[in-house]
Write a protein that binds this ligand. Structure first.
Ligand code: ADP
Ligand code: TRP
Length: 343
């Protein structure tokens, strides 16, 4: 775990794949903590980027990829990512990432890729490589490049969920091999900042909220979309007047705890416990809370996503971010080229 002294001398970096329309589960589990750590003054620098080439592995619809990229960038801007404190950029705008990825290929054992989760999971689906592209197979190498491009003589902390920890370990293995080969500590070892077990938000069907299950409540959907998602939350058939001492297991309540005030939350708990609140009314309260929570950000989101002026501002910000980042990237890559004998 990072202590404050080494944090001050380190970077924090994180990437997000533009593969869909983010939902309130992504918000609570990833976007909110990411913006908080990026905006904090705990680190010497903070990097937040859109991992568009990572998305390409699974998304071959040009229009959608572009839309998702604009959408996620608009969400980060609207929800308060401070671009004065953070470098905010697109992976595809940093050619040095891809050159480093090529370098790192030469330091990555093939067996390491065979053991990577994303590949293994895809392989195990039909016990075959069919349908698996090399982008997915070498995914952890590109991810290592994203991170350690800024890890030349500098520690990089990567806030991630548990599912991504293995990727950081792979990045570390790759740079250990690199450092050993040239007998110097060129790269500092990257380190995962594992988010403590956050709330896993349940979806409208009671399973984990996930775009793959189609059970999501979008962050910035239209009023109609959000309403129909919330009102469609599955419940059991108990009558409103029936006391529900198990209120903590009711998904409406669980979702509510993330968006309502303390008082509102205890009112809902009391209502369920005492048989004074039915599911229909509870859903209305939840809808109100979610709408109220995101309302202050909605206008900004629509401005970035839908207006010409907003989009221009968005791309200018991303462009500025990439220019600043490329200065560090180029300087680090030049050092690396010398070390490997390509200069
Ligand atoms: P999805 O399951 O919708 O495809 P991703 O796998 O793209 O979501 O997850 C992106 C990030 O959002 C991850 O860091 C993940 O931990 C977080 N996340 C996804 N779903 C939830 C959820 N239901 N509750 C909390 N966090 C979530
Ligand atoms: N693999 C991450 C995910 O699926 C996205 C990602 C790409 C990333 N490069 C990264 C995250 C570098 C952190 C650091 O969510």
């Amino acid at each position: 775990m990072a202590n404050d002294t080494n944090k001050k001398d380190s970077f924090v970096l994180t990437g997000v794949k533009p593969t869909g329309i983010p939902h309130i589960g992504n918000y609570i589990g990833a976007i909110k903590p990411m913006i908080e750590s990026a905006n904090s003054n705990d680190f010497a620098g903070s990097f937040v980027f859109i991992a568009d080439y990572h998305a390409l592995n699974g998304l071959k619809d040009a229009k959608l990829l572009n839309e998702y990229t604009i959408n996620i960038a608009s969400i980060y801007m609207a929800l308060g990512l401070d671009t004065n404190k953070s470098f905010f950029y697109r992976q595809s705008d940093i050619p040095e990432v891809f050159e480093l990825s090529t370098i790192l290929n030469a330091f990555t054992a093939k067996g390491l890729m065979n053991r990577a989760h994303a590949y293994k999971a895809a392989f195990e689906q039909n016990n075959s490589d069919e349908g698996i592209n090399m982008g997915l197979y070498t995914y952890p190498i590109l991810m290592a490049a994203d991170i350690v491009l800024f890890g030349v003589g500098k520690k990089v902390f990567v806030p991630v969920g548990k599912d991504q920890v293995q990727h950081i370990e792979i990045a570390r293995d790759i740079v250990v091999n690199f450092n050993q080969t040239y007998k110097q500590e060129i790269f500092k070892h990257p380190e995962a900042l594992i988010q403590k077990d956050g709330e896993v938000l349940v979806g409208t069907d009671g399973r984990k909220m996930s775009k793959s299950y189609g059970n999501v409540i979008p962050i910035f959907g239209t009023e109609k979309e959000i309403k129909s998602a919330v009102m469609g939350i599955k419940t059991d058939s108990r009558q409103p007047s029936e006391p529900k001492p198990d209120y903590k297991d009711i998904s409406i309540y669980q979702l509510y705890t993330n968006f309502a005030s303390e008082t509102e939350i205890s009112e809902m708990a009391d209502g369920f416990k005492n048989g004074k609140l039915g599911y229909g009314d509870a859903k209305k309260l939840l809808l109100e809370a979610i709408t109220k929570y995101f309302k202050p950000y909605q206008e900004k989101y629509l401005y970035y996503k839908n207006t010409e002026a907003g989009k221009k501002e968005l791309f200018d910000k991303l462009e500025n971010g990439s220019q600043s980042v490329r200065k560090i990237a180029k300087s680090n890559l030049n050092q690396l080229r010398k070390i490997i004998g390509i200069n």
